[in-house]
Design a protein around this ligand. Structure first.
Ligand SMILES: Nc1ncnc2c1ncn2[C@@H]1O[C@H](COP(=O)(O)OP(=O)(O)O)[C@@H](O)[C@H]1O
Ligand SMILES: [Mg+2]
Length: 427
């Protein structure tokens, strides 16, 4: 089917060039191949061929949203920083489909040397704000609870994976949670929606604009030469969650948490707590040396590299700092909740994210009265899958159903036998 569809577009895959990559987070299968014109000058170019099995919601929209991102972006940003589509989407049986993109140069940002991450983040994020958002931003009125629901996305709808995850852990009942590492109970973020209080109804004038929607370290590729990342030439891939008008704090929060959570999870309790306090505040206070000295410099620099340019963007456009800070906290809260549930994280990283979620909820709701309700113990690092109470989580679950065999059957045979398994994707 793929071969036929390519032929319709005067394209073919040069034989012997297919290299199978490792699987992605979402169960998609990827391969690299040299695609050329069947007639005239061959103009061969390396492409990434992505087979997307039918999984709920996200991937159904992969090519549609990717096309929208390309269509709506300012020309220069599109040309330089968005993954380009190489051939039209091929529909396969059972709602699966194949997307062909030109291969972008580089390694995932998340794999770059931690010492280079902050500078790279600053460059990428500034370019995204100035070159992608540019003048196309707007303000939308919402509430703390409304924004949080939006930021948690489809997974938090009833029957969504995140909703299931929280329900199986009994997270919808307690008002207060006792979290490992925290000396005091914290308000339960998973209850925030069910509470109708002045704090949850509090208004936010939310800045919205073009948004990748899943901007973690593996969805940004940066060329590297001799170990030095060239962030000016970054490219965004995996545009299945692109939105033209989403909260501008979403990408910031996703990148921040995804780049740091694993490393922070490995740190001492003191460092972990210091980063939490730093994120509870709106910006760096250079006079507070205690916080600066209490965590790794590169983590603080990443946080500053992302929060700084965004805040400047808001100020330059006469936005309201107070509303921006609140909006960013809600986006961070959503990412902390999501990451506390991702099985791709270590137990310690997930625990730290659960603490971040509790701490941000306390900032948004105001101080809690610990005697008002009985706190319940919750350990986000515990794997219920092992005790048979709940299935493992989502981001990897479809990939664990023997995706390699699925891929071979669905795409591999249609193309040719993959010659090897070089690890050019990192999945
Ligand atoms: N256009 C591309 N150019 C180069 N590498 C790519 C491209 N698309 C995907 N990859 C590689 O494959 C990995 C997984 O692809 P991605 O589209 O992000 O799939 P998933 O939906 O599984 O996250 C990426 O992290 C990247 O390493
Ligand atoms: Mg991806």
């Amino acid at each position: 089917m793929i071969i036929e569809s390519l032929r319709d577009n005067d394209l073919k895959i040069r034989s012997g060039t297919i290299e199978e990559g490792s699987h992605g987070f979402t169960g998609a299968r990827l391969a690299k191949a040299l695609v050329e014109h069947s007639s005239g000058p061959p103009e061969p170019s390396w492409c990434v061929i992505k087979y997307c099995p039918a999984v709920p919601l996200k991937h159904k929209r992969e090519s549609r949203r990717h096309w929208a991102a390309l269509r709506e972006a300012p020309e220069e940003f599109r040309r330089q920083h968005l993954a380009e589509i190489a051939f039209p989407t091929v529909s396969c049986s059972q709602d699966a489909f194949v997307v062909g993109q030109f291969k972008a140069d580089g390694i995932p940002l998340g794999k770059a040397d931690p010492g280079q991450l902050a500078d790279a983040c600053k460059t990428i994020w500034r370019t995204m704000l100035l070159g992608w958002t540019g003048k196309d931003y707007n303000s939308e009125q919402t509430t703390v609870a409304g924004l949080l629901t939006r930021e948690l996305g489809d997974g938090f709808k009833t029957d969504g994976w995140l909703h299931d995850w929280a329900r199986k852990r009994g997270l919808f009942t307690p008002d207060l949670l006792e979290l490992p590492g925290e000396s005091e109970p914290l308000p339960n973020p998973w209850r925030l929606f069910t509470k109708d209080t002045p704090a949850t109804r509090r208004e936010i004038h939310c800045l919205v604009g073009r948004t990748h929607g899943d901007l973690h370290g593996d969805n940004i590729l940066v060329p590297t030469y001799d170990g030095i990342a060239d962030a000016n030439h970054f490219r965004l891939i995996d545009l299945a969650t692109y939105e033209a008008r989403a909260p501008l704090s979403r990408d910031l929060a996703a990148l921040l948490v995804s780049l740091c959570w694993r490393e922070i999870g490995k740190c001492s309790p003191g460092i972990q707590s210091t980063v939490l306090t730093y994120l509870e505040r709106d910006k760096r206070n250079k006079r507070d040396k205690r916080l600066d000295d209490g965590m790794h410099g590169w983590v603080r620099k990443i946080i500053d590299a992302l929060r700084g340019p965004a805040f400047q963007f808001v100020l330059d456009r006469r936005g309201d700092p107070e509303h921006w800070h609140r909006q960013l906290k809600v986006s961070l809260l959503a990412q902390a909740m999501l990451h506390s549930a991702y099985s791709t994280g270590t137990p310690d990283a997930r625990r730290w994210c659960a603490r971040l979620a509790g701490r941000l909820t306390r900032v948004l709701l105001g101080p809690v009265n610990p005697s008002a309700a009985r706190p319940e113990f919750f350990d986000a690092g515990e794997d219920l899958g092992k005790t048979g109470k709940a299935a493992g989580v989502i981001r990897s679950s479809s990939a664990t159903r023997n995706p390699r065999r699925h891929w071979r059957r669905s795409v591999g045979h249609a193309l040719s036998r993959p010659s090897g398994r070089p690890d050019w994707t990192t999945g």
